[in-house]
Design a protein around this ligand. Structure first.
Ligand code: PLP
Length: 459
């Protein structure tokens, strides 16, 4: 297909929606390290995980070998309300940048929750319902995950209790109201409702909270209440599995127009959108069928890949969750209150951590004002108001396209546009008023939280 014949948007039909999720682990030579029981230091068994997570999700979490998991019809039907999502050729951005690069983005913001998180929310709520549970508990940072899960739970008639990081609860009251409209109960975290919340408040009075802390509270409530389980919107293997629908659709759309990307870029918080976007491409790379440059983009204020260590760590601040081997800044690390709320987690998916450790992908950290400059440039020419998280990927995509301009290379760049920024207008306001700053942790800050990593010896 000639360049000018490539449409602005390539959609798959409903019939072409993937029928199975792809499990990247099946093709990894070095599998991600298992989750460990913090008490015994031994790999967690399904039996130990089922008090926390739904049974089917435990099965998905622990399965390193099955390449494809069929997507149940009920979930595919829900997907059809907002999927397939478009693969967009960013002609206008290319023109503004005057680059020979060809830029594409996969847009996941076309649903009320405004992000890709709904792809896993509906799956997790579905399996909870299947198991006959009353409800689920979770944490949310910026609020996208809580919103997505509240939509999924409302659809299926499940009860939902959300612990929302306090700084977001206060900065993003509108997100909170969307969740409540969909029937969720929302509590600012840390709260006095849980033992771990009370302990953290006693130790750090006035803390604005963190994802790790909200996770501890949500897990505690799930474990203590019969008929409830905990669900998590990122980081876990099962979440990356569900998010593979993004990459599978993107790959099928590229095949429709006869194009192959050279560079694939995504923002990385806990790693779910990036893991999902790259899944089938990375699969080809792992099987030696194709090669792609893959770039994870994270905030300079929470640089897990680029300044963290690859070690076993807790996923939560309260240190009650399993230990995961990942790139981490230490579970006691609380990033400055930046605006990319979805990218403030101290750790990273074990799958992506292993791939990065094995040299199969790159990572870079970008500063907040540079991210918003990219967001502004993108919004003005492509029309979509991007989420601050997504704008990390935009920043890197623009930088790659500008590099192509220097070298004259006609690279094809794909990036994940994970969501919209309508609930992030306080951040845009700061940027527009010239009041935005870049906060980068010092080496001493990081050394302190990294020194507090649990000591784990695994044979
Ligand atoms: C949550 C979120 C992210 C980051 O989460 P990942 O699990 O790393 O994908 C990125 N973009 C948006 C819009 C989000 O809501």
């Amino acid at each position: 297909m000639k360049n000018q014949e490539i449409p602005y948007k390539t959609y798959l039909t409903e019939q072409e929606l993937p029928t199975a999720w792809y499990n990247l682990r099946a093709d990894m030579k070095t599998k991600p390290a298992p989750l460990l029981n913090p008490g015994t230091g031994k790999p967690l068994t399904a039996q130990e995980l089922t008090p926390i997570f739904c049974e089917e999700l435990v099965r998905q979490e622990l399965d390193n070998d099955t390449a494809f998991f069929p997507i149940p019809d009920e979930i595919r039907d829900f997907y059809k309300m907002y999927r397939p999502s478009p693969l967009v050729r960013a002609y206008c951005l290319e023109k503004v940048l005057d680059t020979p690069a060809k830029i594409y983005y996969k847009f996941e913001g076309n649903n009320t929750s405004g992000s890709h998180k709904l792809n896993s929310a509906i799956a997790q709520a579905y399996y909870a319902k299947q198991q006959g549970l009353k409800g689920v508990t979770t944490e949310t940072g910026a609020g996208q995950w809580g919103t997505a899960l509240s939509m999924a739970c409302a659809y299926l008639g499940l009860d939902l209790k959300v612990f929302m990081v306090k700084v977001s609860y206060e900065q993003k009251p509108f997100r909170r109201e969307v969740m409540r409209t969909y029937g969720a109960s929302v509590t600012p975290s840390p709260s006095m409702e849980t033992e771990v919340g009370r302990r953290i408040l006693a130790e750090f009075p006035g803390t604005t909270g963190s994802l790790g802390c909200a996770i501890s509270e949500a897990v505690e409530v799930a474990v203590k209440n019969p008929g409830y389980r905990y669900v998590l919107g990122s980081v876990l293997n099962q979440v990356l599995l569900h998010q593979s629908v993004i990459g599978l659709e993107a790959k099928a759309a590229f095949e429709k127009i006869g194009v192959k990307p050279d560079v694939i870029i995504g923002c990385a918080g806990g790693g779910s959108n990036l893991g999902g976007l790259i899944a089938p491409f990375m699969g080809e790379k792992l099987r030696g069928e194709a090669d792609y440059r893959i770039i994870a983009v994270e905030p300079a204020s929470c640089p897990s890949f680029t300044r963290g260590v690859f070690a076993y760590d807790f996923c939560d601040t309260g240190m009650i969750c399993p230990l995961a081997k990942m790139y981490t800044l230490g579970s006691s690390f609380i990033p400055s209150a930046n605006h990319a709320g979805g990218l403030r987690f101290h750790g990273m998916s074990t799958i992506l951590s292993q791939l990065y450790h094995d040299g199969l992908m790159e990572a870079r950290a970008v500063e907040q004002t540079a991210v918003f400059q990219a967001a502004e440039q993108f919004a003005r020419c492509e029309g979509i108001l991007p989420a601050p998280e997504s704008s990390h990927a935009i920043r890197a995509a623009i930088d790659e396209a500008l590099r192509c301009k220097e070298t004259g290379e006609e690279k094809t760049i794909l990036f994940g546009l994970t969501g919209t920024g309508y609930f992030d207008l306080t951040a845009y306001q700061q940027f527009n008023d010239g009041l935005m700053t870049d906060t980068i942790p010092t080496d001493e800050d990081l050394a302190r939280s990294i020194a507090a990593l649990p000591k784990v010896s695994v044979e």
